[in-house]
Each structure stands twice: as structure tokens, then as C-alpha cells.
Ligand binder design. Sequence first.
Ligand code: ADP
Ligand code: ZN
Length: 611
Amino acid sequence: MERARHILRSVFGYEDFRFRQSDIIQTLLDGQDALVLMPTGGGKSLCYQVPALVREGAGVVVSPLIALMQDQVDALSQLGVRAAFLNSTQDADTRQGVEQALLAGELDLLYIAPERLLTPRMLDLLERSRVALFAIDEAHCVSQWGHDFRREYQQLTVLHRQFPAIPRIALTATADRRTREEIVAQLDLASATQFIHSFDRPNIRYTISEGNNPRDRLWRFLKREHPGDAGIVYCLSRNKVEQVAQWLCERGRLALPYHAGLPERVRRENQQRFLREDGVIIVATIAFGMGIDKPDVRFVAHLNVPKSLEAYYQETGRAGRDGLPADAWMAYNLQDVLSLRRLMNESDADEAFRRIAHHKLESMLGLCELTRCRRQALLAYFGETLQQPCGNCDTCLQPPATWDATEAAQKALSCVYRTGQRFGVNYVIEVLTGKEDERIRNNRHDALSTFGIGREFKATQWRHIIRQLIAQGFLDVDTDGHGAVRLTTAARPLLRGEIRLQLRALPAREKTRKATASTRPVIELDAADQALFEALRVRRLELAREHSVPPYVIFHDSTLRELASLRPSSDDEMRSISGIGEQKLARFGRDFIAVIQGQSPRGEEALVQPE
Ligand code: ADP
Ligand code: ZN
């Protein structure tokens, strides 16, 4: 463990292990197997990288994400780690070179796609090489029930049979209990120690709002919170992706589309730019994201309600992997939810599947309509209990005002009933507010007992109330195109006064960010530091271009913030900054010190301490 700690500092430039990293590493160093469940950004890679460096031989990392291997190897090379990969994108010569290096014991880490690992040739090669450990990344791919099922993963038991003495570590960020049990069974990990980390992502702030014009609200949110930041905007359809990307570009943001309908080349290029340039926004369908390793995604915005809480958690989880504050922001329109419901009803899927899909969407809507802490509810869904409200979601920061809407709901429901459940929301509201209208007169609805019983609210307020009644399942909207609202069976006890109903009051204005809860203290920069931070970012981008790597491979934002605030002037002072190890110090230390010295030194003002 001494050596592990030394490597953590000198190679990776980190002071301490996080969470249970050190226990996990200890397990592997003892020659035991481990199963690791950690949310995205938790720091899984270090769990096998460090022991691979401590133990003799190469750590063999099985990963289905071929597109990422180059970046992973680049990042490790920048740290001075001898890493390589083997996959189908290489020519035979390159592959042979890597194989030779493995045999000669010149590799610390080898990334490999499962189908290649399983070839007799490769297994034979491994027999003849020294292997420090096997890491099976994205281990949930072994599950037949998941979205990322990979048949070859189920054959990975061969590792256990053929190399019983070599420790194995399986890692994943997405696994419910059932998937976990499958991983253990399929990968022969019954005797592995399980490390299950909380799925909470405290640095992510959850915000969800319903209403018209989600796109305009997105713009206000970007302007206010993320004027120069990289992020992802998810939309449901390809069309909308294209429109929103263009719309953002017209407003001066660099936004690139990403969806399955684009040519492979364009998708790759856009993804590369997102990874390699600063401040790029990707507008995408859910096709984007699997294995995106960018640590400094500052926001994930949804312009639609995802189909399930699993999808929501996974997609929002791509924000803030570096542990700095990030936003999971969503604005949706109930109309869109209704179309989604309709699509589900019309799908050819069998009854059982449709029922599950409905249930998942309803759970997602439940989170949207929630009036208490969103994080508590989200974690509860995944079987975890958060004792206290989190203080870092919209409902915690600005508890939505609620009111007893029982009577108003009864008025709306009975008005729907008395007008024959044949009319849309607007008509119902006109009757409720007693509007003079020819259609109402012709239908003789001005003679109904419910005509004008809702004059205490304006039409916009009624719309808000009825929207919530629909979202909570008291009213149903006809999906044949007329949009007539009908009562559901759930409406009955409410109409009879057997239950009472609390609803959200009209939405308050969104406020700017104030308190920030985060796993790690954030260094606040004053104006002078901020200018230096920007200068350091520019230098980082230049260096990234020079070395053909993404900027964060040079240094993370958090490292730049520390540099801007502490202004180190010597190698020793540089070493004390988180994220600067020996190799990076040697490679980039001078460059960044030069930038720091180029900026006029500050006076005697005190440093702003991390909160
Ligand atoms: P995961 O694979 O679990 O999504 P990563 O392994 O990519 O997460 O780690 C997320 C980020 O946290 C990386 O930028 C990594 O360098 C950083 N990190 C990991 N462990 C530590 C640590 N002990 N101290 C500081 N930063 C760490
Ligand atoms: Zn909360």
C-alpha cells in the first residue's frame, strides 16, 4: 500500500484515495477479486490502474468502448504510464508491435476489446506474458436485460478458468440488484469482495420545471449559469436536435448536433470537437453519451422528459465527473409527455412490455411533479436512503409553495364531467370562467351548474391546475387527435371528497445559484484570479492542440483553478497542486508558471479560502 500511495502522488498527482479506492486496491494487491459499483466520476479507473502499476506485469483492461481507448491511452501516456490498446481500428503492424511490447514486459496497462481478448491467439499470448490483473470495465454489459448487452462478456469466465491466480476486478456505474447478481453469476465472481458505493452525486444540482417554451428557458439558464461551459442538451427527436443546435449557434454558442441519422464521420467529428475544444455544446438524442469520459461537462439539459428514471440518472450522470458543481437541468412541456404516452400506446410491443414502459414513465413524471427533495426520491428509487433533504436541488433551494387545491380540482373535474368529456382543456376553462362564447351558448353549456364556478382563477391559472391534474393521473387526454379530456378512475375519490389534494403553486421565478454543495471544496476566484484562470485555459488549449489530446488530459479545470488562486512559482509549489504529478510537472510545469508570471502579481490581498 505504501507503493500504491506513492504512485497516487507521484504519477497521478493526487493527495489521497477517495471513498473506498484504497480498500479496493488493497484487495487486488492481496490477489483477491473485487466487484466495484461506483457512480460515474467516482474514480473507478484508479482502482485498477494503481495496482497494475504496483504489481508486476501488465494490467489487462477489457472494455467494449473502442472509441475511448485512444484517449485513455493518451491520457496515461501523458502521466508517463506505459499503456497501449488492441482493437480492430489498428493495422496488423501496429497490433504486432503492441503484442511484442506485452511479451517483453514493457507495458503497464493494455486495453482490449472483449472479442479480441477471447481469440485463442490472444489467450495464448497472455499465457506467455506477465499479467498483473484483469479489469472488466462496464461489467453490466454481461446482463441480458440491460441496454448494453454484449454476448462476448458472458464468455469472460474463461479468464477465471485459464488464469485462476490472477486477480480480477469488475467495474460498473449502472447496476441494480438484478444486474449485480447477474454479473456475479456470469463472471464467476461469487468469492469477490463487493464494493458498492453510494449512487449519490452531491455535486450535481437537479432542477426540473414544466411549462411552455422549454427552449427559451434553456437559453436563460445557459446565459445565467453556463455562459462559456461545455454541456449536453438532450432532445427526443433528430429533427429537434438539428433545430436546437442551429438555434443555439444563431445565438452565438458553439453547438453541434449528434444523432443516429448523421453520417458516422460527422458524428465522430462532432464528438471529437466536444472532447477537444473548450465550451462546446452537444445537442443529442440519447444515442450520445455511452462512455463519454469528459470530466468537465458542466451541465446536462433535457428538453424532454426521459423515458425512465434509469435513463434520467444515466444521462444526468454525465455532468460533473470532476466533482465540481454541475447542473442537471430539465424543462419540459406536458404536451410532449402526452405525445410520448401516445407513442407508447401505439407501439407494437407486447402488453407486458407496454405496462412496464408506462410505469417507468409515470415514475419519471412523479419525480418531475415532486414537491419535496428530488435527490431523496431519486436515490430511493435505486434503493438508497438519504436521511436529510439534500439542499442542492430546486425543491430544496426553493421549496415549491403548495396549496390545498381540493376544491379547485373538484370544480375542474365536475366541469369536465358535465360537458360530456368531449372537449379540450381550453373549452373546459372557458366554461369554468364563464366566458361569453357562441360555441358554449350553442352547446347550452352556459346553463350548466359549473358555468362560471371558477371565476376566482384566471385562465392561465386553470391551465396550470389542469396540467397537474393530468400529470398526476386524475384526468386523461384523448389521444385520437381531438385532445378531449376525460376523468380517470382516480378522479372519483377526489370528486367525492374522500381525498384531499396538494398542488404546486404557480411556478416562481428561477433564481441564480447561491450556495453550492459539492464533494470537494470549490475555489472561488476573484476578478484577477479569474483573468489568470482564463489565460491558463488558453495556454492549456494550445498545449492540447500541440499534443493532440483533449484539454482535460493536460489539466482539469480544478487544477487550473488552484493554479490561478495559489499562483505557484516553483516546482515544489507546483507539486502541492492537486492533479500535478511528476510527469506533468516535467512536461507542462514551465509553460504554466510562465503564464502565471506573465500576469501582473497581485498585492497583499488575502487568498480566498476554499469554503
Ligand atoms: P469513473 O470511471 O468512475 O467514471 P474516473 O476514473 O474517470 O471515474 O475518475 C473521475 C475523475 O476523478 C478523474 O478525473 C480522476 O482523475 C479523478 N480522480 C479519481 N480518483 C481521484 C483521487 N483519489 N483524487 C483526486 N481525483 C481523483
Ligand atoms: Zn434536495
